[in-house]
Ligand binder design. Sequence first.
Ligand code: IMP
Ligand code: MG
Length: 213
Amino acid sequence: MTVCAQKSYVFIDIRNRQDQQNYPVTQDSVPDAYAKDIAGVLLSQQDILHGLSAVSARINQDVQSLSNSQGIVLVTVLHGAMIFSADLMRRLYFPFQTDSVAVSSYEGIQSTGSYQVKKEIGHSIFGKDVIVVEDIVDTGGTLDFLIRHIEAKNPASLRTVALLDKVDRRKQQFAHIKADYTCFVIPDVFVIGYGLDYIGHYRGLPFVAVKKD
Ligand code: IMP
Ligand code: MG
């Protein structure tokens, strides 16, 4: 197996951005019950579009090097990456199949540190080029587990994409773990929206927000 991405890319680091929690919640579509739980909007819809453009342009370019591909499979990590992945795949200009995988690790806001496949990839990915799409890399345990789980299936190559990375939260044992493509590095805050949840809620918010404690 070859890991094809020559280097890893981080497109936008917002950790030192001055206005990072000052965007107002403007969308009428946010239910009052959710609006009261939002400390601030970290990434607006406009920010997310910038991240999507940057990451999709890079992937579209890098995939051109897969001249002998037996097929590309885009694997969405459920459920957190479903919205990001749906937006990303509409910006990818090459043929690919879609699949998904679900891993459990997180109970509430504390990672349990033990990982389990809850929903397996449906296709055979043997000999194929796989692109895994994750919502967020936090301690790094889930991505580490997923990389090992997928590598054991002998794909031709594996690339990982993450919408968000809380690099300051990385556990020491996973210090080497990062996605090949990261849209946003964010501060150590618990975020919701644009697919990310707190016990199943808030995934439909159209932006990434910081959850009130
Ligand atoms: P890790 O294994 O600690 O890297 O955690 C990764 C998983 O935890 C992600 O796929 C998310 O489902 C979840 N997670 C981590 N941080 C957050 C957050 O701030 N909001 C929502 N989910 C999170
Ligand atoms: Mg989650």
